[in-house]
Design a protein around this ligand. Structure first.
Ligand SMILES: *[C@@H]1O[C@H](CO)[C@@H](O)[C@H](O)[C@H]1NC(C)=O
Ligand SMILES: *[C@@H]1O[C@H](CO)[C@@H](O)[C@H](O)[C@H]1NC(C)=O
Ligand SMILES: *[C@@H]1O[C@H](CO)[C@@H](O)[C@H](O)[C@H]1NC(C)=O
Ligand SMILES: *[C@@H]1O[C@H](CO)[C@@H](O)[C@H](O)[C@H]1NC(C)=O
Ligand SMILES: *[C@@H]1O[C@H](CO)[C@@H](O)[C@H](O)[C@H]1NC(C)=O
Ligand SMILES: *[C@@H]1O[C@H](CO)[C@@H](O)[C@H](O)[C@H]1NC(C)=O
Length: 363
């Protein structure tokens, strides 16, 4: 009897899962199956902002975005793939789909809720983006659908084995009103809201988290162009201080969570130090240009004009984005996203710990 059941599951698995047909009854997932759920901002967005009521300041559904890999603008804020695309590939999963993509969705491989320009605080670009709390609410909907399709037991297993990637904070520190607060107060609000969402995912059954710390915005072409007088290659120091306060607070909170909530495992990725290393020594990572953006205008091509759909219409585009760290004034090229993803996936304790993403998938 037992072996018959396994065979049946096996057949159903290939019929339903292999061919991506939505199922009616219970399906059996392979023992090692681990899904990927993605939350955050433009580093992770794979097109959700295409489907919200927003403006071209927050959307990139026009060329030259997407030109190298997909050959059309997908909504990813890059010339090609973004970090979750590479992580999915390394985990042998299909590319993660944007949650808001119209039509019926398969969730057994996970789904992507990230929204370019979103923050941990609801006030950050409010009404123009999907803030982190709304992303958590979407995840609650996904769990409901999974329970209907898979039943309670399989859903619990799927959510516990899944890896949850979160990158958020940049846009909160860009936000106009951030200066109304002391660094300490503002950081504690941002990290407090991020921690609440981690706890929310945990309460829904999530156990394995990949969290990136805050890099220094002071090295972005957009910031260097905005602050007058910065020499090429140098970063604006005051942004590093804010990132450092954020990162200290975040790592303390994650350690506390490990003590407080059972079965919680995480990978804390030191994006801050990696970004400085790449900026200081791009050739070590196979890049040629880490100070000037590939696409944009003004000093360092730091005006956010790539594609010509925003306030500034003129822009320059480099010949070979794969040599650049920044595609536009703020966002990474596919080459840079691959570098980030490789370190997240299999980096050692000096850059990611206590786990890396690979070991989280294997746990
Ligand atoms: C979209 O946003 C604009 C500007 O905020 C608003 O005027 C418009 O009514 C919104 N459209 C929908 C369908 O919500
Ligand atoms: C920024 O602060 C001002 C003054 O307190 C307030 O009126 C406004 O609503 C705030 N804007 C955002 C986006 O939080
Ligand atoms: C979350 O952010 C709001 C502002 O959007 C703030 O009032 C609240 O205190 C924050 N929560 C935590 C736990 O820090
Ligand atoms: C910015 O730099 C330019 C050229 O160095 C100079 O002419 C201009 O006055 C500066 N503006 C400010 C606000 O410092
Ligand atoms: C985290 O743990 C440290 C050390 O035990 C403690 O001082 C701090 O108050 C804790 N923070 C929170 C938010 O629980
Ligand atoms: C960790 O990896 C970096 C480069 O990826 C390497 O330079 C460093 O020596 C490694 N550290 C350990 C302890 O293996």
């Amino acid at each position: 009897m037992a072996s018959k059941k396994i065979n049946f599951c096996f057949v159903i698995f290939f019929l339903c899962y292999g061919m991506l047909i939505p199922t009616l009854g219970n399906i059996c997932l392979p023992k090692e199956h681990a899904a990927l759920f993605v939350f955050g901002d433009s580093l992770f967005d794979v097109g959700n902002n295409n489907y919200i009521n927003t403006t071209s300041d927050y959307q990139v559904n026009y060329p030259p975005y997407g030109e190298t890999f997909f050959k059309y603008p997908t909504g990813r804020v890059s010339d090609g793939r973004v970090v979750p695309d590479f992580i999915a590939e390394y985990a042998k999963l299909p590319l993660t789909q944007p949650y808001l993509f119209p039509g019926s969705q398969e969730y057994i491989n996970g789904i992507n809720f990230a929204s370019a320009a979103a923050g941990a605080l609801v006030e950050t670009n409010q009404g123009r983006v999907i803030d982190l709390k709304t992303q958590l609410n979407y995840f609650k909907n996904v769990k409901k659908v999974l329970r209907q399709r898979l039943g309670d037991e399989e859903t619990t297993t799927l959510l516990a084995k899944a890896v949850y990637l979160i990158n958020i904070g940049n846009n909160d520190y860009f936000a106009e009103n951030s200066s109304l607060y002391t660094h300490e107060k503002y950081v504690s609000m941002v990290v407090g809201n991020l921690t609440d969402v981690i706890k929310g995912i945990y309460e829904m059954g999530g156990r394995k988290f990949g969290i990136l710390n805050q890099l220094s915005l002071g090295c972005f072409p957009a910031i260097k162009a905005f602050v007058n007088g910065s020499k090429s290659g140098s970063c604006i120091e005051e942004f590093s201080a804010l990132a450092e306060v954020h990162n200290t607070k975040l790592s303390v909170e994650l350690k506390n969570l490990t003590k407080k909530i059972k079965g919680f495992k995480y990978s804390y990725f030191d994006f801050y130090h990696l970004s400085f290393e790449v900026i200081r020594n791009p050739s070590k990572f196979g890049l040629k240009e880490a100070g000037v953006a590939c696409c944009g205008s003004g000093p360092y091509r730091g005006y956010f004009s790539c594609g010509g759909k925003r306030e500034v219409k003129d822009y320059d585009l480099c010949d070979n984005p794969s040599e650049y760290l920044f595609f536009d004034a703020i966002h990474a090229t596919e080459s840079a996203n691959r570098i980030i993803s490789q370190f997240m996936w299999s980096g050692n304790q000096s850059i990611t710990g206590p786990y890396n993403i690979k070991t989280l998938f294997e746990e």
